[in-house]
Design a protein around this ligand. Structure first.
Ligand SMILES: [Zn+2]
Length: 400
C-alpha cells in the first residue's frame, strides 16, 4: 500500500475555473501518467498552445510539475516534494479529489458566467453590428435562472438553455442534480457522468451565444416562412453563428489582457472549445444512419428542411429536445465556426438578410453554401485528426 505524499488538501482551496482546467488537462493523459502530445487531436491544439502558463501555476500549487521527455512530445507528472514521478494511484486520487471539489455547491457560479458571457456578446454585437440591431435593445438582453416545470415531460427543457425576446434562461445543475430525472437529463449529453457541473459550465460558453442569437432574431423581428412550434431554420442560424460569435468575443477579451472576468485563466476559452468539439465527436459516433442523413439534409438546406429523423414539429417536445437534437446544433456550431470578424460578418449578414434568407430558391445557393464549406471551416473529421509530430514538438517547447 503506497501512501500518497501529494498535498491533496490544497485542491479544496482551488477556484472553479482552476479545478475545471486541471480536469480538462488531465483528461488528455493516457495510462494515468503520460500526455502524448503527438496523439492529441487537433481540437486540443489551441488549448495546449494557450493554457500551459496557467496549468504550470496550478501544478505548482499542488507541488507538481510536468516534465518533457527527451522525445520532446511526451509529458509526465512529477511530485516536486519527493523528486519522483507521480504514481498511478496518486494520479487517480488527484482526479477523484478534483471531481469531488467540482461538485461542491456553487463552486461554479452560473449566474456570473451567464452575465459575463452576455455582456461580452453585447459589446461585440454593438461594435460589429450596431447598424443592424438597436444597441439599447441589444444591451437589454439579460440572463435569468430557469424555473423548472419539474414534470416528467419537461426535464430536457428544465436542464437546457432557452433564449428569446431579451431574456436567456440558464439551468443551474447544482440546484437540480439531486432529482433523478433531471440528473439523467443532464448526463445524457455529458461525456462523464458525475461531472455535470464541470461540463455544464464549459458548454454554457458555447450555448449562451446560440441563445443570444435567438434574442437577436427576436429583436430583428425574424419571421419564418413556415412558423412551427420548434423551428429548425432559426436553430440552424443560431447554431452556425454560435462559435463564430464566441471566437469574436475571445479575440476582444484577449486584447484586454491575459485574463478577464469571462476567461479568468489563460486558456479558458480554448478549454471550452476543446471540450465542446470532443463531446461533439463522441456524440457523432453514436448517431444512426438516418440521423446522419437528417443532419446533412438540415445543414445543406440551410435549415429549410427539418431533419426527417425527428417527428414533425410540434408532435413531441421531448423527442425533439433529445440527444440527437443537441448534437446536431453543436455539430453545426463546431463545423460552422469562423475565426475572423470578416467571417462572422459574412455569416451574420447573410443569415439576417431578409427576405432573401427565407426564400426557398436561395437555400442551397452559393452564398449560403459558403456558410458551411468555406476555407475557414473545419469538419469534425478534421478536428479529430491527431496533431502530428511537427505540431506536437512545437507544443512541447512550452514545457522545456
Ligand atoms: Zn436554439
Amino acid at each position: 500500500m503506497i501512501s500518497s505524499t501529494l498535498p491533496l488538501g490544497i485542491v479544496d482551496e482551488l477556484q472553479g475555473p482552476e479545478v475545471s482546467m486541471l480536469l480538462s488537462f488531465f483528461d488528455r493523459w493516457i495510462g494515468d501518467r503520460v500526455l502524448k502530445l503527438d496523439d492529441c487531436p487537433e481540437y486540443c491544439a489551441p488549448f495546449l498552445e494557450r493554457a500551459p502558463s496557467a496549468i504550470r501555476r496550478l501544478l505548482a500549487k499542488l507541488h507538481l510539475k510536468a516534465i518533457l521527455h527527451p522525445d520532446r512530445v511526451t509529458l509526465s507528472l512529477w511530485a516536486m516534494d519527493s523528486g519522483r514521478a507521480v504514481l498511478p494511484e496518486e494520479f487517480r486520487r488527484l482526479i477523484g479529489k478534483l471531481e469531488e471539489r467540482s461538485l461542491v455547491p456553487n463552486l461554479y457560479d452560473f449566474q456570473a458566467v451567464t452575465d459575463a458571457t452576455i455582456e461580452a456578446l453585447q459589446e461585440c454585437t454593438v461594435a460589429l453590428f450596431g447598424d443592424l440591431f438597436d444597441p439599447a435593445a441589444v444591451r437589454s438582453i439579460h440572463g435569468l435562472p430557469t424555473v423548472p416545470f419539474l414534470t416528467d415531460w419537461s426535464t430536457d427543457i428544465d436542464v437546457s438553455f432557452q433564449g428569446g425576446g431579451t431574456q436567456i434562461n440558464y439551468s443551474d445543475p447544482y440546484r437540480w442534480l439531486h432529482l433523478p430525472a433531471h440528473r439523467q437529463a443532464y448526463e445524457r449529453t455529458c461525456p462523464r457522468p458525475g461531472r455535470v457541473p464541470h461540463y455544464h459550465r464549459l458548454f454554457c460558453l458555447v450555448d449562451l451565444p446560440h441563445e443570444f442569437v435567438h434574442c437577436l432574431q427576436a429583436l430583428a423581428g425574424l419571421k419564418e416562412p413556415r412558423p412551427s412550434f420548434y423551428s429548425w431554420m432559426t436553430e440552424h442560424d443560431a447554431s452556425v453563428l454560435a462559435l463564430s460569435l464566441l471566437s469574436a468575443v475571445a479575440r476582444r477579451e484577449t486584447a484586454k489582457g491575459p485574463t478577464t472576468r469571462l476567461f479568468p485563466l489563460e486558456g479558458t476559452y480554448e478549454e471550452a472549445l476543446m471540450e465542446m468539439v470532443a463531446t461533439t465527436v463522441g456524440l457523432d459516433a453514436t448517431m444512426t444512419g438516418p440521423q446522419q442523413a437528417g443532419f446533412a439534409m438540415w445543414r445543406d438546406s440551410c435549415g429549410l428542411q427539418p431533419p426527417d429523423c425527428f417527428p414533425l414539429a410540434g408532435e413531441s417536445v421531448t423527442a425533439l429536445a433529445g440527444v440527437a437534437s443537441a448534437h446536431f446544433k453543436w455539430r453545426l456550431a463546431v463545423e460552422g465556426g469562423r475565426d475572423s470578424d470578416a467571417g462572422l460578418d459574412e455569416e451574420l449578414r447573410t443569415l439576417f438578410a431578409q427576405p432573401a434568407r427565407w426564400a426557398p430558391e436561395t437555400c442551397g445557393s452559393t452564398t449560403l453554401a459558403a456558410l458551411h464549406y468555406g476555407p475557414e471551416h473545419r469538419t469534425l473529421e478534421g478536428w479529430a485528426r491527431p496533431v502530428g509530430l511537427a505540431r506536437a514538438t512545437e507544443l512541447g517547447r512550452q514545457w522545456e
